[in-house]
Design a binder for this molecule. Structure first.
Ligand code: NAD
Ligand code: UDP
Ligand code: UDP
Length: 311
């Protein structure tokens, strides 16, 4: 049994990770400032003897005693990370420094939730881990993309300079229960709009693509990555390679909800990546991981979850 720190543990992915770690018999210290996280996400864990919750902002130092760190704290939806862009960069950069300092003092493994956004609007397709990316450093998405890129730099410098056991995963678009209904991301928007029979808002012509991974698959990948031997740093892509256009996603959501929604086209946000698909050869060979839940099946479960927010 390990004592495991999960930053961002009250958020969408973090809450599923906390649940899995508890189920595996570990103790979890969940640290969250509740910017986008919610108590409801971890409600079922609050009374568990192996679960502890600490309200804390990781841009400030944190002195606790743990055996492992999963660093997930950072808003992930463009709407939320652009709300206070300076805080977003601080969370990724100062948060990484503090969590790496903690891992260095305790000589423990630390996993960083990086993102496919480090590839920006990618010029190669699908994206492999050796691609350096195409990010606009001064655009509205930069606070997130460059913050995450700098966090990766810090992780690899702590590895080279201090021999820290780091694990870096690049997460591609993930969806499932515990996403906020007003999160602003495409899956939550489309499902809420479909359930309310409101127009489905497609930004631009809807031909841009994303590859969507169900959260249970993703969390399984995080856990497997942490379980790799010391010295295996990644970065490793984690995502579902099945690629869909936003038009296809809208049609699927309408079909699965039996909605009367129509499609409404709105302007495409600046720097919106045109395509995104993970090459998961590394995850397959090094982690023995691949996603099992297809989009149809995952959407059905996610739609069920969002039904309670319909009114
Ligand atoms: P989320 O917004 O639901 O969760 C982020 C959590 O971090 C929230 O609980 C929030 O309150 C907390 N947080 C934010 N700033 C903090 C701070 N300064 N101190 C402490 N807590 C803070 O997002 P998510 O989708 O669960 O994403 C989790 C992680 O995975 C993020 O690091 C994100 O960048 C990464 N990621 C997610 C996706 C995705 O599709 N969901 C894709 C790529 C990467
Ligand atoms: N830190 C922390 N918890 C710890 C140890 C360090 O939050 O248990 C923070 C500390 O505030 C420091 C940062 O991590 O600013 C980086 O630590 P490191 O030891 O790498 O650097 P230094 O303390 O030498 O600046
Ligand atoms: N998008 C859309 N309608 C929405 C929300 C998003 O068409 O209501 C598009 C968005 O422009 C992008 C894709 O869906 O091309 C994925 O957006 P999301 O914010 O979920 O994630 P990210 O852009 O960070 O991959």
């Amino acid at each position: 049994m390990k004592r495991i720190l999960v930053t961002g543990g009250a958020g969408f992915i973090g809450s599923h990770l906390c649940k899995k770690l508890i189920a595996e018999g570990h103790e979890v210290l969940c640290v969250d400032n509740f910017f986008t996280g919610r108590r409801e996400n971890i409600h079922a864990l609050l009374d568990h003897k192996n679960f502890e919750l600490l309200r804390h902002d990781i841009t400030f130092p944190l002195y606790v005693e743990v055996d492992q760190i999963y660093n997930l704290a950072c808003p992930a939806s463009p709407v939320h990370y652009q709300f206070d862009p300076v805080q977003t960069t601080k969370t990724s950069v100062m948060g990484a420094i503090n969590m790496l300092g903690l891992a260095k003092r305790l000589k423990i493994s630390i996993l960083q939730a990086s993102t496919s956004e480090v590839y920006g609007d990618p010029a190669i397709h699908p994206q492999t881990e050796d691609y350096w990316g195409n990010v606009n450093p001064i655009g509205p998405r930069a606070c997130y993309d460059e913050g995450k890129r700098c966090a990766e730099t810090l992780f690899f410098d702590y590895y080279r300079q201090h021999n820290l056991d780091i694990k870096v995963v690049r997460i591609f678009n993930t969806y499932g229960p515990n996403m906020q209904p007003n999160d602003g991301r495409v899956v939550s928007n489309f499902i809420m709009q479909a359930l309310r029979n409101e127009p489905i808002t497609i930004y631009g012509n809807g031909n841009q693509t994303r590859s969507f991974c169900y959260v249970d698959d993703l969390v399984d990948g995080l856990y497997k990555m942490m379980g790799t031997e010391k010295g295996f740093t990644g970065p490793v892509n984690l995502g579902n390679p099945a690629e869909f256009s936003m038009l296809e996603l809208a049609e699927l959501v309408i079909q699965l909800t039996g909605s009367k929604s129509t499609i409404q086209h709105l302007p495409l946000p600046q720097d919106d990546p045109k395509q995104r698909q993970p090459d998961i050869s590394q995850a397959k060979s090094k982690l023995n991981w691949q996603p099992n839940i297809q989009l149809n099946e995952g959407l059905v479960k996610t739609i069920e979850y969002f039904k309670s927010f319909r009114n």
